[in-house]
Design a binder for this molecule. Structure first.
Ligand SMILES: CC(C)[C@H](C(=O)O)[C@@H](O)C(=O)O
Ligand code: SF4
Length: 418
C-alpha cells in the first residue's frame, strides 16, 4: 500500500519501511524546539521529577526566547534566567531576541523529511519545507529531551489539491483563512493537511509557511506542502541540503481530498472570537479599529512588509489607531531596513518593535483594553487573545491590516495601492 508524505516521514523517523494511519510508532526525533512560553516548566520538571536527569543529544535541541522579549516583568525575567542558565549548563543553542521561534527554525534548521517536535502549537509551520513539525506539551518535550525519542499515532491525511494562482491583492493568508472557514476550526483534528497540485507549487516558500503555520488552527497535527525545487533552492541558498523530499505515492490513502482553485480566493477576514468565522473582507461592515498589528510567525516576513510598505507609502496611520509592526526575525528586520521599508513605516506613524511575538501573543506588547478592536496578522482571535477578555480581534492579511490602519476601520486595500 502506498504512503502519504506524513507516513513516509514517520516511517523514516521510526526506522521502518512502512507505516500507515492508525498505527502507533516509537520515533527518533530529528530536532526539538522550545520557547520561553514553557521552557521554564520543562526545566522545573527536569530538576524536580527525574531520578537520573540527562540530555540525549544537546545538538538536536534549540531554545528560543521570543514570546516575552525583552522581559516585561520580574516573573518572566526569572523564567528567562532559568532558560539561559540551563542552556549554558548543557550547551544547548539559545536564541534571545533574534525573532519568533518558528521563523528562526525555518531560517536555520528545518530540512525536508525531518520529524521535529516543538513545545509550541505552530511547529506545524515546518511543513512548508517538507518536514513533519508538530506541537507537544512540556511533559512530552521533557521525555524527548531525555530519551531522544517520542511516539506518534500515525494520522490520516487530508489532501488539498490546489490549482491556479492567487490573484493580485489576494494572499496565502486569505487562502488559509478561507480553508479554515470551509473545514471549520475542528475540521482537520489530528490529521495531516497535505497541500499539493500545481497551485501549491505556484506558491513561494513564504506563502507555504503561511499555510502550514495555520494548519493547527483547523485542528491538524501538521500541515505539509509537497516539496519541490523551490524548497531545494531555498535550502541551498541557506547552505542546507535538500534530501528526503518525500511526496505521496499514487496509491496513498487519503481520508478526503478537497479541490481548491486559487483564482477564486478573495480577501477575507476572520471575525472575533473564532478563526473559522470567516467572511469576505468587504462584507465585514463598518468596524472601527483601535489597533492594527503586522507581524507573527504567520505573517511577519519580508514579503508581507513589502506589501504593507507599498500601501503605506506617502500615507498616514489614522490618528485613532496604533499600528504596531514586529518583524518575525532580525533577518527580516535588517532586510526591511536595507530596503527602506522601516523608514516608510515610521514616516507613516507606525510603531516598529523588536523581532518577537508581540501583539500576537498578547501579553508583552501592544495589549488592547476593554472594548477595543484589533485587526491583526497574528494566528489567533480567541476571546482575550490580545489583552482584555472583553476586546475584539479580527484576523486579515498584511494588506487588509495596513489598509485598515490607514482608514481607521476594516477595509481592503485598493488595487493600485499594492
Ligand atoms: C506559548 C505557546 C505555548 C503558545 C502555543 O503553543 O502556540 C503560543 O505560541 C501561542 O501562539 O498561543
Ligand atoms: S507569533 Fe504568535 S503564534 Fe507564533 S509563536 Fe508567537 S505567540 Fe505563538
Amino acid at each position: 500500500m502506498g504512503m502519504t508524505i506524513g507516513e513516509k516521514i514517520i516511517a523514516r523517523a521510526a526506522k521502518v519501511d512502512e507505516v500507515h494511519a492508525g498505527e502507533i510508532h516509537t520515533i527518533e526525533v530529528d530536532r526539538l524546539m522550545s520557547n520561553d512560553g514553557t521552557t521554564h516548566l520543562t526545566i522545573d520538571m527536569y530538576h524536580n521529577d527525574l531520578k537520573h536527569p540527562k540530555i540525549a543529544d544537546k545538538d538536536k535541541i534549540v531554545f528560543i526566547m521570543d514570546h516575552n522579549v525583552p522581559a516585561e516583568n520580574p516573573k518572566t525575567a526569572q523564567a528567562h534566567r532559568k532558560m539561559r542558565n540551563f542552556a549554558k549548563e548543557h550547551g544547548i543553542a539559545l536564541y534571545e531576541g533574534k525573532g519568533v521561534c518558528h521563523q528562526i527554525m525555518v531560517e536555520n534548521y528545518v530540512c525536508p523529511g525531518e520529524f521535529i517536535m516543538g513545545a509550541d502549537s505552530h511547529t506545524c509551520t515546518y511543513g512548508a519545507l517538507g518536514a513533519f513539525g508538530t506541537g507537544i506539551g512540556c511533559t512530552d518535550f521533557l521525555y524527548a529531551m531525555v530519551t531522544g525519542q517520542s511516539w506518534v499515532l500515525v494520522p490520516e491525511t487530508i489532501r488539498f489539491e490546489l490549482t491556479g494562482k492567487l490573484r493580485k491583492g489576494v494572499y496565502a493568508r486569505d487562502l488559509m483563512l478561507t480553508i479554515i472557514g470551509m473545514v471549520g476550526a475542528n475540521g482537520c483534528n489530528y490529521k495531516v493537511m497535505e497541500f499539493a497540485g500545481e497551485g501549491a507549487h505556484n506558491l513561494d516558500i513564504d506563502e507555504r509557511l503561511v499555510l502550514c503555520n495555520l494548519a493547527v488552527e483547523a485542528g491538524a497535527k501538521t500541515g505539509i506542502v509537497e516539496p519541490d525545487e523551490k524548497v531545494a533552492e531555498y535550502l541551498e541558498s541557506r547552505g542546507r541540503k535538500a534530501e528526503n523530499m518525500f511526496v505521496s505515492d499514487e496509491d496513498a490513502v487519503f481520508e478526503k481530498v478537497y479541490h481548491i482553485n486559487l483564482d477564486e480566493i478573495e480577501p477575507v477576514v476572520a471575525r472575533p472570537h473564532q478563526i473559522d468565522d470567516v467572511v469576505p473582507a468587504d462584507e465585514v461592515g463598518d468596524v472601527r479599529i483601535d489597533e492594527a498589528f503586522l507581524g507573527s510567525c504567520n505573517n511577519g516576513r519580508i514579503e508581507e512588509f513589502r506589501v504593507a510598505a507599498s500601501i503605506l507609502k506617502g500615507k498616514k496611520v489614522s490618528d485613532h489607531v496604533r499600528f504596531i509592526i514586529a518583524p518575525a526575525s532580525n533577518e527580516v528586520y535588517i532586510q526591511a531596513l536595507d530596503e527602506g521599508l522601516i523608514d516608510i513605516f515610521l514616516d507613516a506613524g507606525a510603531m516598529v518593535m523588536n523581532s518577537n511575538c508581540s501583539v500576537c501573543w498578547g501579553s508583552c506588547q501592544g495589549v488592547i483594553g476593554e472594548g477595543e478592536v484589533l485587526i491583526s496578522t497574528g494566528t489567533r482571535n480567541f476571546k482575550g487573545r490580545a489583552g482584555h477578555p472583553d476586546s475584539f480581534v479580527y484576523l486579515g492579511s498584511a494588506a487588509t491590516v495596513t489598509a485598515s490602519a490607514i482608514a481607521g476601520k476594516i477595509v481592503t486595500a485598493k488595487e493600485d495601492e499594492e
